[in-house]
Structure formats: C-alpha cells, structure tokens
Design a protein around this ligand. Sequence first.
Ligand SMILES: Cc1cc2nc3c(=O)[nH]c(=O)nc-3n(C[C@H](O)[C@H](O)[C@H](O)COP(=O)(O)OP(=O)(O)OC[C@H]3O[C@@H](n4cnc5c(N)ncnc54)[C@H](O)[C@@H]3O)c2cc1C
Ligand code: SF4
Ligand code: SF4
Ligand code: SF4
Length: 441
Amino acid sequence: MRVEKTDDITWVARNNLCYGCGLCDIICPREAISFHITNMGRLKPAIDYTKCNGCSLCLKVCPGMDDGNLILDALAGIEDPFTGSTLSCHVGMASSEEVYINAQSGGLVTQTLRYLFDTEQITHAVLVYMQYGKPPRPIASVVTSPEQLFDTQKSTYVPVNLLSALKTIPATNSSIAVVGLPCHMEGILSLDNLGKAAHRVNYKLGLMCDGILTYIALNYFEKRANVPSHIPYRIVFKDKARFNYLDANITIQQSDGRQRHINKEERFILKKYLTPPRCLICFNKMNLFADLSYGDPWHLGTSIPSHGLGVVISRTSRGYQLVVDLERKRYAHLNSISYTDFLTGQEIEKRKRRVAKGIRDYEDLDLHLPTYYATLLRDHLNNYRPSRHHSNYVAKFLQTEEARVDRIVDHIFSKVKRTLFLGAMKGKVKSSLRSIASLPP
Ligand SMILES: Cc1cc2nc3c(=O)[nH]c(=O)nc-3n(C[C@H](O)[C@H](O)[C@H](O)COP(=O)(O)OP(=O)(O)OC[C@H]3O[C@@H](n4cnc5c(N)ncnc54)[C@H](O)[C@@H]3O)c2cc1C
Ligand code: SF4
Ligand code: SF4
Ligand code: SF4
C-alpha cells in the first residue's frame, strides 16, 4: 500500500529514498534529526518529535525525494543524465610519490586538496576517515591542513552522512571543499539553493559511484577473516599499496598491527545482497553536480602502472581552472583523453538496466519515486524496462531487514560461501573440459 505523505523526512525514509547525505541534519532549526543504523546496516534518519516544530524544511530540501524538483531543474539541458557533460577529461597521477602510493587510484583527489590548502583557497576539507572499531565505522571528518590528508585517502564503500560534518565548521572566515559521492553532491546542490552563507561549500570534489555496501559487509569481513573478538580493526576495501591496482584485494588492519586479507571477489558477491535499495535507483554514477569528478581509467587501453592511475573530469569553469593549475604547478601529471572513450569503461548501459530494474522494484512495492523519474523513464530508460516477472531485490532486502543482525550476518555468510563453492566447481569443470578438448583424438 502507498506510504501516506507526512510533512517531514520520515516520508522519504519510509519510501526507501534516503541515501543518508546528512543535509536534513544540518538544516533542521531544532537539531531534531539523528541517524541510526538498521538491521541490514543502512543509515536511516529519525526525528525527535519532542524537539521538532513541524516546519517541514527537512522534507523541502531533501534531494533523495526531490519534492521541490531541484534535481529535475538541474538536469534540464543535460542530454543524458547518466553521463552528463564535461569541459575536460584527463588521466594521470599525483606528482607526490607518497600521496600516489597511498591513494585509491591516482591520488588526484588528495593532490587537489593539497593544492587548495597550499594556495589558501580553503581552510577546511570535509572527507571520510575510517576509524578502528568493532565493527569499524567510517566517519565524516573535517581536516584543516594538508598533513592530515594522508590518513583519509582511499575509497570507503559503506554509508557516511557526510554533510552532517558541516555543522562543526565555523560559519564565518571559512572556505570549504567537500569530497563526496554523487548523492552527497546532490545534497550540496540543495544546500546551495537555500542560499545560506553558513555551510557554503566552495569546492565540490566528486567521486564517481557504482554503489556502496551496507555496514553488514563489515560484520561479514570480520567473521570471514576470523578477527579475534577483543581486537579493533579497520578495512581497506581495495588495497592497491599491497596488491596490484587491477587486482587489489581487501585488507583488514588490526589495531595490534596484524593484517588479514580477503579476496576482492567476495566484495563483488556481497553487492548482490548488500546494496542499499536507494543505490539501485540512482542514475548519477558520474557525479554530475560536482566541480570535478574523479574515477578509475577502466578499459581505456592505456597501460596502467601497478599502483594505478586516476581520471579527473571538470564539469564547471571553476573545476576546469583547478585542473589547469594542478598541471601547471606540477601537483599532478595529466594527459588529456576523450570523455567518450572514458565512458566505455564505466558500463553506463549496465547502470541504465540496473536503474530500470530498481524502478520496477519500487513501483511493484507501490513506493514513491523522485519526480525526475517520470522524465528519465520516458527519455532514457524505456528500452531497458524488465518484465513484471523479474525477482524483486528491494522486497527481499526489506524482508531480510526484519531479522536480527547476527542472523543476517550468518545468512549472508552462507550465501557467499555457496556462491564461492559453485564458482570453484564451475572453474574445475571448465578446466577438465579444456584438458579433454586438448587431448589428441
Ligand atoms: C563508494 C565508491 C564507489 C566508487 N565507484 C566508482 C566507479 O564505479 N567508477 C570509478 O571510476 N570510480 C569509482 N569510485 C572512485 C574511485 O574509487 C576513487 O575514489 C577515485 O578515483 C579517486 O581516487 P584518488 O586516488 O584520487 O583518491 P584518494 O587520493 O585516495 O582520496 C580519496 C578521497 O575520497 C574520500 N572518500 C573515500 N570514500 C568516500 C566516501 N564514501 N564518501 C565521501 N568521500 C570519500 C577520502 O576521504 C579521500 O579524501 C568510487 C568511489 C567510492 C567511494
Ligand atoms: S536530506 Fe539526505 S539524509 Fe536527509 S532524508 Fe533526505 S536523503 Fe536522507
Ligand atoms: S520538520 Fe522542521 S523541526 Fe522537524 S525535523 Fe524537519 S526540519 Fe527539523
Ligand atoms: S549509487 Fe548513488 S545513492 Fe548509492 S551511494 Fe552511490 S551516489 Fe549514493
């Protein structure tokens, strides 16, 4: 049955449209909003009604629902919202060896921040830091000097209510850069629209995003690697400093210095069970609303060194100028490439199929969708619609979410084990067939 409309973001959450950007948390005049973690490990906003004054501001600004059509308006004039438009596209790496080796891809995000700090164009940067914990939790972190950037490098593939951290930055005499996923940038788009001087973001450095995993993935890794019960740990989701960039496995760093490793294959299998529903209907993989979008140079045909390369795309004139400066002032080594060539490695067609399927899942459950989907469906997804008879991922996810956390972890554990077993058997059969085929008749 349709979820009845309320005047606040509980309506967004009940329609599974919240992606946990944190915007409502910073704009609520009564500090009534907080986040909790559901059994399936996603972020969900909650309102303390003893504080709430019923102003509805949280709902009006929420980009997850886009009740005010802000994203719909921002998409006007963009030919394809799944790819966006660009002023420049470069592949390259940080000129600092230390930043490059410690980075997720080419270290271009961190070098951009270093440049902005060195030239005093920013006083604060908002980004993500993975703390040690049991299980560990990444947090939105505010840094005020380039020396603090090293510890925040690499990609974190679980939810972070990033924009909440803006609350801690003084409203005057600060100039801010935010590094964030496309949904975080959609939050900033909405924040900009409010026109408030406080929390004004000066530079939007966007990461491309194919989706995250819920926090249950962290419980899974802990169990899988047999981390001793008394030892806190943290996760490096793609450890290219230890493994080859193209083959980077997961590293678990224990607080006692010991490291454990899990094959990257398992992270991909987890996506089948632990992708938050909201990611399935997110069109914005390429981070359209950032000044710069950063990603990986998959299938570009360029030879990639073992520590990888990064791609940076400028979407605004401010972003374009930054790329020029990074190259001129030798913060990065960059080569211009074609955006069309870059897009082939990003599997945009696959993303369109995923969104079309996610939309059908939502529709079948009678959940609301953001208003821009009427246009997206008509113009870009009509050829990708699955049949009504496909299995509904969102329904299964919501059903599993009702179980206890330990049961969910056990359930996911057995699912992954089974997939790995079947994969190994398939490999054995294939290699036997190959050896039979190579025998002389
Ligand atoms: C969830 C996720 C999915 C991604 N999917 C793709 C993809 O499909 N295709 C693609 O080409 N690239 C993708 N990327 C981007 C890619 O992994 C790199 O982040 C990007 O190339 C920048 O690398 P770098 O070496 O320049 O960054 P680094 O120098 O290592 O710096 C990374 C910066 O990102 C910040 N950060 C890390 N995780 C998060 C997060 N969850 N939210 C906000 N900030 C964060 C860190 O704090 C740090 O400031 C994804 C990244 C993430 C986090
Ligand atoms: S503003 Fe962001 S965090 Fe708040 S409900 Fe909307 S999507 Fe969720
Ligand atoms: S309705 Fe107003 S006061 Fe209540 S949670 Fe939303 S923004 Fe805060
Ligand atoms: S896929 Fe979209 S909603 Fe999901 S984390 Fe990435 S940007 Fe956010």
